[in-house]
Design a protein around this ligand. Structure first.
Ligand code: FUC
Length: 749
């Protein structure tokens, strides 16, 4: 069971005789400046690589394509010091007890953000509670029993051996200080043990604390490093003072105080959205729910779906809070020191997908670490733009670490992905669209979008009379060519969004430059010989290609160019492509397909793919399985389920756009639509019974009309609406609620 507060995380194993808490601190990374291997941010310090790029561009202009291996041979680089996200270590808690164990139960209460382990042993009922507090920045574990003196524990803090570690113990406080051998990054961890009815002793090892015959024991843990999110050195002060302050403060609080502060903080976020889709309180355990999915009764299947949706929100709150790094490939729950893909930030879909549910499921605060992180990439990204592409502005490629890696790697099948920065810019602009926050647009989004757009104004080349991306590589297969669909779609979106922002903010000169480029830019939308949306400029897609990436559909999702109503032919082509790709793939690939089908307004198909994700790509604790565990699929699927219930990317709000027949009745509250709108929806027999709109600011809104009437909830008076092309237009007052109902309720079946 994972718990976390963004900066730190822990996985609770829940053993009876020995509890293991596997610990993570987000900034604990090898590599980067000071790495034994050397480090250059992925960019050669001397000279530049633009010559290699020009060679590739020339070959592509002459021959149309080249193999990824040939391109990598010229442009790829063997990198050093990229590093790995590290596991912090483990707290091993040996728990004394005798006799048979019964009534064992493990629970993760999503409504409170609290994990529990309980069982009965030797006539005693034992309970352990765990939470990771954001306000107090500590992990809290509380062990109790229904008999006095029943708790005896020996706690050991186990630190991996790829770092130095010095332990000290004093008055119930165990401290470890050390540095990673690779790069000298200093870390510190502090464990506090306090006991009711007994004394805390030092235990039998230099890294242990112990308690004998207490009635309850509370353990606190916190950790920090001297990482600082600042190019080029990425180092700040020794973590001791900060950590000491945190732990001293937390220590002075009672369990109830820590608990209440956590609940209040957590519920303020989690409690904003509720989802009922016909689920019954399940009798089955979570792994059983998963194993029985699609075989048992409908109410049980709905229970898993609703749980999975909220689990995604729980994971996002637990792995992404202001003041730390964004959720990485494993959120903040990595058990290895050489994790798959370094547990880094892949930016050809993965990091972006992590944040898909943030806005629509009413967790805008969780995006703060993403913007801090991406902002911090601009300085190194400028060097990359210049030295690797010969352009102004900033860029990055396939993947990045926490040390400003913005260069290229030598891995042929994915390394060249300069559209990544443009893709990340979508999040900044969407944040503005969802929140309507003009200060955010002016001060945070526009400056970085403008620099990303400047990169593309310099990097695009002319070919066959159009502006194109060259070389262009559709993740993560096929040849290197010119103008693959994804490249063109992403760059088009960036230039359009930046133009809209420029116009709004009065930067006319730049808006005009973008306008001129957009007029010549190939939008990357072509329908091919078998009706498919082409992945490449040439019509070479193969019908039996089931590759996990479906990048040519970027314009459908997460972009907002293709929609059944506004671009029916492209939507049809997207459908043909998706049918050919099939409903399988890695976890995140299936999660993406849920979103695609929702955008194509096919709720049943979206629902079917969700079921596939449960069957093929979900671990018993409901973590997404790439394989192995990779958190993006959790987040992507949560976003997809929201997308089935509410959409707002086409200039108006659509209620229940892709409701599957498996969810005939239900109710969702607190979802968010673009325009700073909070939406509750209730439905029965597949038809709306009532929606409530709550606008964060006064202004004009639009709603796809399905025979609706809108009334002010206060006065009961009907709202003035104007019907235009099937869309209802109206004005809402900030802070007031409005009820949407059907003018003529659906006749009962
Ligand atoms: C992308 C995907 C892989 C994997 C990796 C972390 O490169 O193509 O499937 O998810 O990111």
């Amino acid at each position: 069971m994972p718990i976390g507060n963004g900066a730190m995380g822990a996985v609770i194993f829940g053993g009876v005789e020995q509890e293991v808490l596997q610990l993570n601190e987000k900034t604990l990374w090898e590599g980067g400046p000071g790495s034994k291997q050397g480090y250059d941010y992925g960019v050669p310090p001397e000279g530049d690589q633009v010559v290699a790029l020009r060679k590739v561009q020339k070959t592509l202009a002459e021959q149309g394509s080249m193999t990824p291996e040939a391109a990598a041979e010229l442009m790829g680089r063997d990198i050093k010091g990229y590093g790995n996200y590290q596991n912090f270590g483990e707290l091993e808690i040996d728990i004394a007890g005798r006799g048979e164990v019964s009534d064992y139960r493990r629970e993760l209460d999503l409504a409170r953000g609290i994990a529990t382990v309980s069982y009965r042993r030797g006539g005693v009922n034992y309970t352990r509670e765990y939470f990771y507090s954001y306000p107090d920045q500590v992990l809290v574990a509380h062990l109790s029993a229904d008999q006095a003196d029943a708790i005896s524990v020996n706690v050991v803090l186990d630190i991996p051996d790829n770092r130095s570690a010095t332990f000290t113990r004093k008055d119930g406080l165990l401290t470890v200080v050390g540095a990673l051998k690779d790069n000298g990054l200093i870390y510190e961890g502090q464990v506090v043990l306090r006991a009711k009815g007994a004394k805390v002793s030092s235990g039998n090892r230099d890294n242990s604390l112990a308690v004998k015959n207490a009635s309850s024991v509370t353990l606190l843990f916190s950790a920090a490093t001297n990482y600082r999110q600042q190019y080029p050195d990425y180092r700040g002060d020794h973590p001791h003072r900060r950590l000491n302050q945190t732990v001293t403060k937390a220590r002075a609080k009672s369990l109830a105080q820590l608990h209440d502060a956590h609940i209040q903080d957590y519920q303020a976020l989690f409690g904003r959205v509720s989802l009922y889709i016909g689920q019954a309180e399940p009798e089955l355990s979570t792994p059983e729910l998963l194993a029985h999915y699609g075989k048992g009764d409908a109410a049980t299947d709905r229970a898993l779906e609703a749980l999975y949706f909220q689990f995604g929100r729980y994971l996002l709150i637990s792995s992404s809070r202001a003041g730390s790094l964004p959720a990485n490939l494993q959120g903040v729950w990595n058990h290895s020191n050489t994790p798959p893909w370094n547990a880094d930030y892949h930016v050809n879909i993965n990091l972006q997908m992590n944040y898909w549910p943030a806005l629509v499921t009413n967790l805008a605060e969780t995006t703060e670490p993403l913007y801090d992180f991406v902002d911090s990439l601009v300085a190194p990204g400028r060097v990359s733009a210049k030295k690797l592409v010969g352009a102004e502005g900033w860029t990055l490629f396939l993947n990045t670490n926490i040390y400003g890696f913005t260069g290229v790697i030598a891995w042929p099948t994915a390394f060249w992905q300069p559209e990544s920065a443009a893709w990340l810019m979508q999040h900044y602009y969407e944040h503005y669209l969802f929140t309507g926050d003009e200060t955010f647009l002016a001060e945070r989004a526009y400056p970085i979008m403008k620099e990303a757009a400047r990169f593309w104004l310099g990097a695009l080349v002319e070919d066959q009379g159009a502006l194109v991306v060259s070389p262009s590589f559709s993740p993560e297969h096929g040849e290197f060519t010119v103008a693959a669909a994804m490249s063109q779609q992403i760059v088009t979106e960036l230039l359009r969004n930046t133009r809209a922002a420029a116009q709004q903010l009065g930067d006319q000169a730049f808006a005009l430059r973008l306008e001129a480029a957009l007029a010549k830019l190939d939008p990357g939308l072509r329908i091919g010989g078998w009706g498919q949306l082409q992945e490449w400029r040439e019509d070479v897609d193969e019908k039996d290609n089931q590759h996990r990436h479906v990048s040519q559909l970027y314009a459908l999702h997460p972009g907002r160019v293709i929609s059944p109503a506004q671009t029916p032919k492209l939507a049809e082509a997207a459908k043909v492509t998706l049918n050919a790709r099939g409903d399988g793939g890695t976890g995140w690939s299936q999660a993406w397909k849920i979103n695609f089908w929702a955008r194509l307004l096919d709720g049943d198909r979206a629902h079917k793919v969700l079921g596939e994700q449960f069957k093929r790509s979900t671990l018993p604790n409901l973590w997404d399985n790439h394989p192995p565990f990779q958190i993006d699929g959790n987040f992507g699927a949560t976003a997809g389920m929201a997308e089935m219930l509410l959409q707002s990317h086409t200039g108006h709000v659509t209620l229940l756009p892709a409701l599957p027949s498996a969810w005939p009745e239900g109710r969702v509250t607190g979802l968010r639509a673009r325009g700073d709108l909070t939406v509750d929806i209730a439905w029965q027999e597949g038809a709306l019974t009532e929606a409530v709109l709550l606008a964060g600011r006064s202004g004009n809104y639009a709603l796809l009309n399905n025979g609706y009437q809108i009334k002010s909830s206060d006065s009961g008076r009907p709202l003035n609406t104007r019907l235009e092309d099937g869309v209802l237009r109206f004005a809402l007052d900030a802070g007031k609620r409005y009820r949407v109902t059907l003018k003529e309720p659906k006749p009962a079946l």
